[in-house]
Ligand binder design. Structure first.
Ligand SMILES: [Fe+2]
Ligand SMILES: [Fe+2]
Length: 371
């Protein structure tokens, strides 16, 4: 299509899943076009492909697009991005989920400072120095970041006092996950939501992230994979926040039932909604252009069979980290523990792997309790 109005005309008659647009176009800008698409067809995955990297345009684009891709990009990489987007759409097959999409879209978008940081991290040409400059300008973000990096979780012997050292230590991908999850946990003001503790969820996510990282480190030396595992751990339950925000009353009811009957939240969600926070989280995370591996890890964290069958170390690490976190960090003794079928592990040749991971997780918890 050579213009926005023509694209809108086509959308009236054709079923389209993904739209890719430039920013500067005659008649209608890319942002205007996507705004219209978001309103009329919220299910369509919106991608901006543009060579204009000025801050204002970047900020505008994150408000209307799921992903921003900087030009030039080689065709192989571009096809890969489209395949990922197509797979992401595959998660939205449930009718209830589709109706939730428009509600998710109306959630407050990250404030400008968060968007700026996310944009600069997403820009592959950015260095740690570039990112540090942007983060350092934001006192609130810097102090949160230092608080996290200096927390007992990271076990750093000396105190980190500057944003640039914290970022160099964490790496850009983990920074992205922390900025994003910090923002999400701050946005969802759940003081009113009965029976739900945001701080307990944050603890569970952080613990799961560390266990998952410990597990993957014993089986992989690929830093990207290790970082992805940590990020997936941090974000694996983000769907609960989204559900609490978009379907507040229903989610409150789900928590009540789960507590009264000692059943896992995801089971009650499935029964009442027909989908779970895992799918909602997948959709939400997909909006941020996260990797396929990360998306699958979140999508399958309550589906042992699907997770194990991927054979992907990161996906399996998240499944197991969540499982062991519940097993070794018991908050309610009667709580419905997640279940992994030992027979299935055996069939897939993963029983020894599982036992090995269980030992690592147990050691992790023993050490942390002693510390
Ligand atoms: Fe979960
Ligand atoms: Fe979890």
């Amino acid at each position: 299509m050579d213009s926005g109005p023509k694209a809108l005309e086509l959308l009236k008659d054709e079923h389209i899943d993904i739209i890719v647009t430039d920013m500067r176009m005659p008649m209608m800008s890319g942002a205007e076009l996507l705004k219209e698409v978001r309103k009329l067809y919220p299910h369509i995955n919106r991608i901006i492909l543009s060579g204009h990297a000025d801050q204002e345009i970047l900020i505008k684009s994150t408000q209307v697009a799921h992903q921003y891709i900087a030009k030039p990009i080689d065709s192989k990489k571009f096809i890969h991005i489209l395949e990922r987007a197509a797979d992401f759409i595959g998660t939205l097959t449930n009718r209830g989920m589709i109706s939730l999409v428009s509600k998710v879209e109306s959630m407050p978008s990250p404030p400008e400072n968060v968007q700026q940081v996310l944009n600069i991290i997403n820009d592959e040409t950015s260095s740690i120095k570039d990112v540090s400059e942007v983060v350092s300008k934001d006192m609130g973000m810097t102090s949160n970041l230092l608080k996290i990096v200096n927390s007992a979780f990271f076990g750093i012997p000396r105190r980190i006092a500057e944003a640039k050292d914290a970022i160099a230590f964490l790496g850009l991908d983990i920074l992205k996950a922390l900025v994003l999850s910090d923002h999400l946990f701050a946005v969802f003001d759940f003081k009113k939501l009965k029976g739900f503790s945001c701080s307990m969820l944050w603890e569970h996510c952080l613990q799961s992230a560390f266990i998952a990282k410990t597990l993957i480190k014993t089986h992989s030396e690929d830093q990207k994979e290790i970082d992805n595992t940590f990020i997936a751990g941090m974000l694996h339950d983000v769907g609960k926040l989204v559900l609490g925000y978009t379907l507040t009353e229903e989610f409150e009811k789900i928590i009540q039932i789960s507590q009264a009957e000692n059943r896992a939240i995801y089971k009650v969600e499935m029964e009442r909604l027909g989908f779970t926070h895992a799918e909602v989280g997948t959709y939400f995370i997909g909006l941020w252009g996260m990797s396929q591996q990360l998306i699958e890890a979140i999508r399958f964290h309550h589906s042992p069979q699907s997770a194990l069958e991927t054979g992907d170390k990161v996906v399996i690490a998240i499944l197991l980290a969540d499982y062991f976190e519940h097993q070794f960090n018991v908050i309610h003794p009667d709580y419905d523990q997640p279940h992994i079928d030992m027979g299935l592990l055996d069939d897939l040749g993963l029983l020894d792997y599982f036992k090995n991971c269980q030992k690592i997780a147990e050691d992790y918890f023993t050490q942390n309790k002693e510390g």
